[in-house]
Design a protein around this ligand. Structure first.
Ligand code: PMP
Length: 392
């Protein structure tokens, strides 16, 4: 065996593939009941609508620009659409220059990491938080400070003025958070925004699940309380299709300009093709009828899983009761390590994501995340029954 002829950079060498990811590879097998994936339900993908949009574009002169290189900032009509949506919804006054289209909001997280994190930069994260956010930021070696959250989401009283002043930004997911499914209460949004303004703290508001509010009662976003202190990330992944890899950033113009420079170096621009398709799909208000169908499906699945948890789990187990989104967070008795439980569960063809991966610091080992939207009801029941038996 010859040794590698390359030497990885220190940054690349420091990356570790997660043991849990290795275990979870088996979840792709058809006989596994997987509550592990964070995938939207494919039944919500508007295939006919997308097909029709492609036909319209390809049958017109728009085909040339849809297949050509485009500006790094994104396709202007789509940026305008985003700006209008946000201004109407949040009562803000953004212009198109405040909007950057990105290749999924995951790219926005990476560009933000590059823009804001040096070795040891203080970064505040609610805890637990999105694993993909942690993975991205960790490449740039921040010093994480975890801010505790409870049933109402991140607790602003647990964020000290000293930390708020010293940190370069706070990363937060106020709506139906990944992994807990919790939503930040209206009162806390206001309080957090006030704290950010008082301490000159930048907030990165990651909002891929905001539209998946089962009752359709959106709470105002952090940008509506503190637009100068907030960079907002939106995504088409959960309302159209994640394979299109389309997201957007809305924020102060000078911040957007810096991200544009970084994005230019990363991939020149988000694919013109998917931007044109998405714009063609959404421009006449299609989402107003499409999103309620997604909410209805997810609400039904969520309620079904909650009923099964109630039916089968021992009294010592607790879980969140989401009002939107795709995840339920389960807390087991302290002595149960969910990574050990996962190995057992997989032997019985059931999978979930152990909670420890969602902590930047001091991981809790007795929690797990359940995703319910891609699993049919009879399999949800069977899977929860198996998990409950293992826990007992
Ligand atoms: N942020 C959060 C909280 C997520 O859960 C996800 C995807 N699961 C992303 C960002 C990335 O989404 P996108 O598909 O827009 O890159």
């Amino acid at each position: 065996m010859s040794s590698d002829i390359w030497q990885f950079s220190q940054r690349a060498a420091a990356l570790q593939s997660s043991a849990i990811r290795e275990i979870l590879k088996v979840t792709e097998l058809p006989n596994v009941i997987s509550f592990a994936g964070g995938l939207p339900s494919p039944n919500t993908f508007p295939i006919e609508k997308i097909k029709h949009a492609v036909d319209i574009i390809m049958d017109s002169d728009e085909a040339f620009s849809a297949l050509q290189y485009g500006p790094t900032e994104g396709y202007t009509p789509l940026r305008e659409w985003v700006k209008n949506q946000i201004n109407q919804r949040e009562n803000t006054h953004y212009t198109t220059d405040n909007v950057l289209i990105v290749t999924g909001s995951q790219q926005a997280l990476d560009l933000i990491g590059k823009a804001l994190i040096d070795n040891g930069t203080k970064v505040l994260v609610e805890t637990p938080t999105y694993l993909g956010g942690l993975q991205t930021f960790t490449q740039y070696a921040p010093h994480y400070v975890s801010i505790a959250s409870d049933e109402q989401g991140l607790d602003p009283d647990k964020l000290s003025d000293d930390d708020a002043k010293a940190a370069n930004f706070l990363y937060t997911i106020p709506n139906f958070q990944n992994p807990t499914g919790r939503r930040l209460s209206a009162e806390r949004r206001k309080k957090l925004a006030q704290k950010a303004i008082k301490n000159n703290l930048l907030m990165i508001e990651d909002d891929p699940y905001g539209e998946l509010d089962y009752q359709g009662h959106r709470l105002p976003s952090l940008i509506s309380f503190a637009p100068e202190n907030t960079v907002y990330l939106g995504s088409f992944s959960k309302i159209l299709a994640p394979g299109m890899r389309l997201g957007y950033v809305v924020g102060p113009e000078s911040f957007i300009r810096k991200l544009v420079q970084l994005k230019q170096a990363a991939d020149l621009h988000t694919p013109s093709y998917t931007q044109h398709i998405a714009y063609q799909v959404v421009k006449e208000g299609y989402l107003a009828s499409h999103i309620p169908t997604i909410r209805e499906l997810y609400k039904t699945r969520c309620e079904f899983m909650l009923t099964q948890l109630e039916k089968y789990m021992p009294k010592t187990v607790r879980w969140t009761k989401p009002e939107g989104g795709m995840f339920i967070w389960v807390e087991l008795p302290e002595h149960i390590d969910t990574t050990v439980l996962l190995a057992e569960a997989i032997k019985h063809n059931v999978a979930f994501v152990p909670g420890e991966t969602f902590f930047a610091t001091n991981p809790k080992r007795n929690c797990l995340r359940l995703a319910f939207v891609t699993v049919p009801e009879e399999r949800i029941e069977k899977g929860i029954q198996i998990l409950a038996d293992l826990i007992k």
